[in-house]
Design a protein around this ligand. Structure first.
Ligand code: E4P
Length: 224
């Protein structure tokens, strides 16, 4: 299972990367705006900075919505760095653009996917990743996890190469349930990744081990 971090914040990306478990980054126009990154030059510079931190898989989203404009923007984004994956929305022209870009060897991530039908189209078009948004489905009373499971089954039935990238992951249980059903990738905020570390029995157990050690070794100072 790959872990992507869903942010455009360079410090958070660095922190997740330094933990040694990060496989990529997903961004979107809202996340870029949250970091105050505006204007094409700054946006491209920011993507380059992200690519310099991680090993691969940096999703950069197009803002164009017509076929010609999506492929032109997608090609430009792909030229920024070999680690870029072009993120394209699940719209009619987006599907056509995914087909075109994937035939040119440009990796794509089909975003804003909310149904199995959309996921089938993304795979047929040759998307490298499909991003079903589980949190946003949960928000409206639909089961995001059911959709991930359904897509996994469909892709297995036909041996589609598209990887299922569970997106809009809001909490640790989302991530764990995705792992149980075998999602290829999960993208989530830093607090979900670091949330995996936590258990009160780990904290109390370590405290006890260290205090017992300290008794026999009064010079010992732990780094924590
Ligand atoms: C996916 O790539 C999106 O950037 C993201 O997961 C959306 O998450 P949100 O619903 O928390 O905005």
């Amino acid at each position: 299972m790959k872990f992507f971090i869903d942010t455009a914040n360079l410090d958070e990306i660095r922190e997740a990367y330094e933990l040694g478990v990060l496989d990529g980054v997903t961004t979107n126009p809202s996340l870029m705006a949250k970091e105050g990154v505006t204007g094409k030059d700054n946006i491209f510079k920011h993507y380059r900075a992200i690519c310099e931190i991680v090993d691969d898989n940096v999703s950069a989203e197009v803002v164009a919505t017509t076929f010609d404009e999506i492929i032109a923007e997608g090609e430009e984004l792909a030229e920024i760095h070999e680690k870029i994956v072009v993120k394209v929305p699940m719209i009619r022209d987006g599907v056509k653009a995914i087909k075109y870009l994937s035939q040119k060897g440009i990796r794509t991530n089909c975003t804003l996917v909310f149904s199995a039908g959309q996921a089938i189209l993304a795979a047929k078009a040759g998307a490298s990743y499909v991003s079903p948004f589980m949190g946003r489905l949960d928000d409206i009373g639909s089961d995001g996890l059911d959709l991930i499971e359904q897509i996994m089954q469909i892709y297995r039935n036909y041996g589609f190469a598209t990887e299922v990238l569970a997106a809009s992951v809001r909490h640790v249980m989302h991530l764990i349930r995705c792992a149980e059903i075998g999602a290829d990738v999960v993208t989530c905020p830093l607090n979900v990744i670091t949330g995996l570390l936590k258990h009160p029995l780990t904290d109390s157990g370590l405290e006890k081990f260290l205090s017992d050690y300290r008794k026999g070794n009064p010079e010992y100072k732990e780094a924590l």
